[in-house]
Design a protein around this ligand. Structure first.
Ligand code: GLA
Length: 666
């Protein structure tokens, strides 16, 4: 049995951040550890960018810093999340082995001098990365401070070099078997693209005009897999030295570059870095909505508790304008993560850098020191987390699944499509936001996942759907589930080959549609009015319900070229119901529709009446209430509860200040 996050948490929410002692003189390390203890820090991530310090020249080893800092952490009772340093190779590797450096689509070398400058397919990079990983694993595999292995950092580098080309061909041979099969899968009859020899196939480099979309799609799959090989090689090396210590790599939130489902399956602990934009402001909780989406996705990837590996204590340094988090927001968003399944809350980073590209990125201990507002809020958070230890290891029950997949995203966002205004993550976020604002807790699910735990299935947009997914969806709806399905779904098969009828025949049967005849995408700012008075944007469609026993029209287009045609349909399929939504309804209309479908499926929010902007989510024994508005609110309670954060008992209602949080126990 592989270890899990529980082996690291040992019953407590872990709290801490990245610590980069390489950037500081040794006296600072002692002060760091003392201040960490005072702030309630229980986990420090070390070593992420330590390659040049551990291996200052080829083959040399200098473990003095890591030896000392791991010893200091252990003496202080703080756990170590020990990273392999392979995200940022030292300059000597690129200088001596330029073939380890990635090349972009134009063939230009991406030089050292920043970070993530490695070609994932380079055997030389892999060899050096594995060697240093093995040595670190060997030296610290049984160190008493070691709680968690952190492999690399935010994998995502793609490369188009010749080594990558050779590796891509091997990958393609495994996927397609023969060149004929590849030519067929890629539709290379189009534009005379037929390949006569494997050696002719390249990564999709800069070309004269549009590339072959199936080629690009396979390259994205390949890149994700090539990076995953780098991860699993390092994972296996650290596991060999410490089989009981769980392994993670910090994923980027809703990141398009890797297939998050495949990656999560290879990790003991799924962790994510999350930086919602505080500039969204308290009255427009887009930051909190984005957080909720990423948190739901990460929990679903983890199939249980997960780790928030990085967040900002205040401002980041990579947006055009970097606003600090106003008072209380770090706490609110941290407790939101706990409410949505996080058992570990970490920050980037512990001590704010004085030099380098991120010196203006906030930290738990800012330049202005321990008396700063930011640090005081960090301490207060560290002090109150133990009150929430009752949720450690518990789940967030959800009867709604939002279906999401990366290849579908990759295929849907290529050029040469009906509208470049349709952004997959924006559509996904709009639908998730609608569920979130009605407190309908959802998981995200791979389209081929077991859907039996869910009564409401939501498909914002899955352009590409395989046979297994279509069959499973059909079976689940037939057995009684409710499906709400958005436009541009089921259009293509996994090779991006368009299916007949505008959308797959099995999906049309579930939806009670004869055909999706024509897409009428809407221009930026353009809306279409429906006959229920609501509006849609982004998209509209000419759809034909099947006759005689097909879908009924729930709302029709009232304006535009499709006036009089169905816009939203509903259909009984077996014991279930399937809705089709051929536009992007305005936010309230989408939330109303999903609430209606949920209620009909017997799915209710955890509390019946919650003021707008208040998030209510149940986890384990606790019900979390989070006020994302700038105003104080009062939340009516049907039964009495005790807030474990304050110890106060509330019988009929609980007041929440702006950014306020309650964690209620019945
Ligand atoms: C990422 C990285 C960190 C740091 C932060 C800054 O999450 O993993 O090293 O660059 O961003 O926000």
């Amino acid at each position: 049995m592989r270890p899990t996050l529980a082996d690291a948490t040992r019953g407590r929410i872990l709290f801490g951040g990245d610590w980069n002692p390489e950037q500081w003189p040794e006296e600072t390390w002692h002060e760091d550890v003392r201040l960490m203890r005072e702030a309630g820090v229980t986990l420090a991530t070390v070593g992420v960018f330590s390659w040049a310090s551990v291996e200052p020249r080829p083959g040399a080893r200098d473990f003095r810093t890591l030896d000392t800092v791991l010893g200091l952490l252990d003496d202080a009772g703080i756990g170590a999340c020990l990273a392999t340093p392979t995200a940022s190779p030292p300059p000597w590797l690129g200088a001596r082995h330029p073939e380890t450096l990635p090349r972009d689509e134009h063939g230009a070398v991406v030089w050292y001098g920043s970070r993530n400058h490695f070609c994932p397919s380079s055997p030389t990079y892999r060899e050096h990365a594995l060697r240093i990983t093995q040595d670190i694993a060997h030296r610290y595999g049984s160190h008493p401070a070691l709680r968690l292995w952190h492999i690399n950092n935010e994998y995502g580098t793609a490369c188009w070099c010749d080594t990558t080309a050779a590796h891509f061909r091997t990958w393609l041979q495994a996927r397609h078997g023969t060149l004929d099969a590849l030519n067929e899968a890629w539709g290379t009859a189009f534009w005379s693209q037929r390949y006569d020899d494997w050696a002719e196939i390249l990564p999709p480099r800069r070309a004269q005009y549009l590339p072959n979309p199936a080629h690009v799609l396979d390259f994205k799959r390949f890149t994700s897999d090539a990076l995953l090989e780098c991860f699993t090689a390092e994972r296996d090396a650290v596991t060999a030295a410490s089989p009981r210590v769980p392994v993670t790599t910090n994923l980027m939130p809703l990141f398009p570059g890797i297939d998050g489902w495949r990656w999560a399956a290879e990790e003991d602990v799924v962790s994510v870095d999350l930086y919602p934009d505080p500039a969204a402001g308290p009255d427009d909780p887009a930051g909190a909505a984005h957080g909720a989406l990423v948190q739901d996705l990460t929990r679903s990837q983890a199939r249980g508790p997960w780790a928030l590996m990085e967040q900002a204590a205040s401002a980041v340094s990579w947006r055009p304008v970097n606003k600090p988090k106003p008072p209380g927001l770090t706490r609110l968003w941290s407790l939101q993560a706990v409410a949505r399944g996080a058992d570990t809350l970490c920050f980037f980073q512990w001590r704010q850098s004085r030099q380098g590209a991120e010196k203006f990125h906030s930290a738990m201990l800012p330049h202005s020191g321990p008396r700063s507002r930011v640090h005081r809020e960090i301490r207060a958070l560290g002090a109150e987390l133990p009150a929430l230890d009752a949720v450690v290891g518990t789940t967030v029950p959800a009867r709604v699944a939002v279906l999401h997949d990366w290849p579908s995203w990759w295929a849907a966002e290529q050029p040469g499509r009906p509208s470049d205004q349709v952004s997959y993550p924006a559509v996904l976020a709009a639908w998730h936001h609608a569920l979130w604002r009605r407190n309908l807790t959802c998981d995200l699910a791979h389209p081929e996942a077991d859907l039996t735990p869910y009564d409401l299935l939501v498909v914002p947009q899955l352009y590409l759907l395989g046979d297994a997914a279509l069959d499973s969806l059909a079976a689940r709806v037939h057995a009684g589930a409710t499906l709400v399905c958005g436009f541009l779904t089921g259009v293509a098969d996994p090779d991006d080959r368009v299916r007949d009828g505008g959308t797959d025949a099995r999906l049309r049967r579930i939806l009670g549609l004869a055909a999706v005849h024509e897409w009428w995408p809407l221009a930026p700012g353009e809306t279409v009015t429906l006959d229920d008075g609501t509006t849609g944007s982004l998209w509209s469609e000419d759809i034909e319900p099947a006759a005689p026993a097909g879908a009924t029209t729930a709302a029709a287009y009232a304006t535009g070229p499709l006036a009089g045609h169905p816009a939203i349909t509903r259909h009984r399929h077996g014991a279930g119901t399937a809705w089709y939504v051929s536009t992007l309804p305005e936010p309230t209309a989408l939330a109303d529709l999903l609430s209606r479908a949920a209620a009909a499926a017997g799915v209710e929010p955890p509390l019946p009446a919650v003021p707008p902007g208040v998030e209510a989510v149940g986890r384990g024994p606790l019900l979390f209430l989070l006020n994302h508005t700038a105003a104080p609110v009062e939340v009516p309670l049907p039964t009495p509860y005790t807030d474990v954060l304050t110890g106060r008992h509330h019988t009929t209602a609980i007041p929440l200040p702006p950014n306020g949080v309650a964690a209620l126990r019945p």
